[in-house]
Design a protein. Structure first.
Length: 151
């Protein structure tokens, strides 16, 4: 589980290896039961996103730093291909919606999604934050409990 860059790292880490000959391919498949990415950068990837286990993405609709639309597309193509990827987009929420800090725009932040490459808005959204906790707990309960049951 990770947020922002950590969310992007979660998505990358959860991605299935292209072949079983890649380093750690087997360990990766056996090592993850689920992954949660909070407001990640869902870079356009060639092909379909294929995770090794179920993935949940939580992102704000007004996130101008890591945009929701690429994540929607990533999830849509993955799901169409039968991969267990889910998304929840929080209306009105910005990047770092799980923060106690007020929403504010900082013009100096490096942001490849902004005109000129700078400027991003971050800040908490109490409703989104509370819901994200419920979503994460339910998601992990569903997926981790299944893997921990005795055979």
């Amino acid at each position: 589980m990770g947020g922002s860059h950590g969310g992007t790292t979660t998505l990358t880490t959860m991605m299935a290896s292209e072949s079983d000959t890649q380093p750690l391919a087997g360990e990766k498949r056996a090592g993850f039961a689920a992954g949660v990415a909070l407001y990640p950068r869902c870079a356009v990837r060639s092909g379909v996103y294929r995770p090794v286990a179920p993935v949940l993405i939580l992102i704000g609709e007004k996130d101008d730093w890591t945009l929701a639309e690429p994540c929607r597309k990533l999830v849509e193509t993955a799901r169409q291909a039968g991969h267990p990827v889910a998304i929840k987009v929080y209306p009105g929420a910005h990047h770092s919606f799980d923060s106690p800090n007020p929403v504010r725009y900082v013009a100096t932040r490096i942001n490849p999604n902004a005109p000129g490459g700078r400027g991003a808005t971050t800040g908490g959204d109490p409703a989104a934050w509370a819901d994200s906790i419920r979503e994460v707990v339910a998601f992990l309960d569903r997926h981790l409990t299944q893997t921990m049951r005795p055979q």
